[in-house]
Design a protein around this ligand. Structure first.
Ligand code: ADP
Ligand code: ADP
Length: 225
């Protein structure tokens, strides 16, 4: 269902080729990390899947549909960014349900989805708090819940843990992995953190200078005692 297919994707800005000849298939339910040096084209690749950037050439398919010319709202995706940017004047419930209200879901459906999402990210009892009454990790989980309520086929995450302290980063990694497997959501995850990529992904896509170098499972080395 939630397969992502990039075929010969190229993205050119006025003076730079950000992505070139990108052929990448992310299987249904798979967790793929995009890694590579700063400026190699990770975000551009993710933004192309999201529909935030239109490719200069090539096609993007999501869940079997050619979405190359479609805006983000017509793609079966939800995004989580590094800067979660919760609405400060809205409580947790309002922040999580905002996207559903925009799309005119009825109140019962919204309540059901929010309740389930809050259970999944373990924020029960915090629905009427305002963002400034939450820790960094809790805010991040609100951001994830906001994506989950959409019930997307595909999660797109751009360094979602980069602003958290080391301890929280490790526990949130486990949480995101658990969620991804539990919900079976195809996930494309941009990170510059090698360890994060090694521990979280089914496959790691290495990008260099706009081109995909390889996409393969993390190589685990066992040291002899
Ligand atoms: P990464 O996410 O790996 O750091 P990006 O995808 O953000 O890389 O950027 C890839 C290249 O494209 C870089 O050289 C960057 O400066 C350039 N780039 C990205 N976005 C734009 C833009 N909106 N306008 C011009 N150049 C851009
Ligand atoms: P990251 O390395 O985390 O991808 P960047 O600083 O490369 O972050 O990019 C952040 C945002 O700025 C992206 O949305 C990208 O499209 C945009 N951007 C990056 N480089 C340029 C550029 N040279 N000109 C205009 N926008 C850019």
């Amino acid at each position: 269902m939630g397969q992502v297919n990039l075929t010969d994707v190229r993205k050119e800005y006025e003076d730079v080729v950000a992505v070139e000849g990108m052929d990448l298939t992310i299987e249904d339910d798979e967790f793929v990390c995009l890694v590579g040096p700063s400026g190699c084209g990770k975000s551009t690749t993710l933004e192309t899947i999201a529909g935030l950037t239109m490719p200069t050439d090539g096609t993007v398919e999501i869940a079997g549909l050619d979405v190359t010319d479609k805006p983000p709202k017509d793609r079966e995706i939800a995004m989580v960014f590094q800067n979660i940017a919760l609405f400060p004047h809205m409580d947790v419930y309002e922040n999580i349900s905002f996207g559903l209200r925009l799309r005119n879901y009825d109140d019962d459906e919204i309540d059901r989805r929010v309740e389930r999402a809050v259970e999944i990210v373990q924020l029960e009892g915090m629905l009427d708090r305002s963002p400034d009454e939450l820790s960094g990790g809790q805010q991040q989980r609100v951001g994830i819940a906001r994506a989950i309520v959409r019930q997307p086929e595909v999660f797109l995450m751009d360094e979602p843990l980069a602003n958290l302290d080391a301890k929280l980063r490790v526990s949130m990694r486990t949480e995101i992995q658990r969620l991804q497997k539990e919900l079976g959501i195809t996930t494309v995850y941009v990170t510059h953190d090698q360890e994060e990529a090694m521990t979280m992904s089914d496959r790691i896509a290495v990008i260099n200078d706009g081109e995909l170098q390889q996409c393969s499972p993390p190589l685990v080395c066992y040291n002899q005692p």
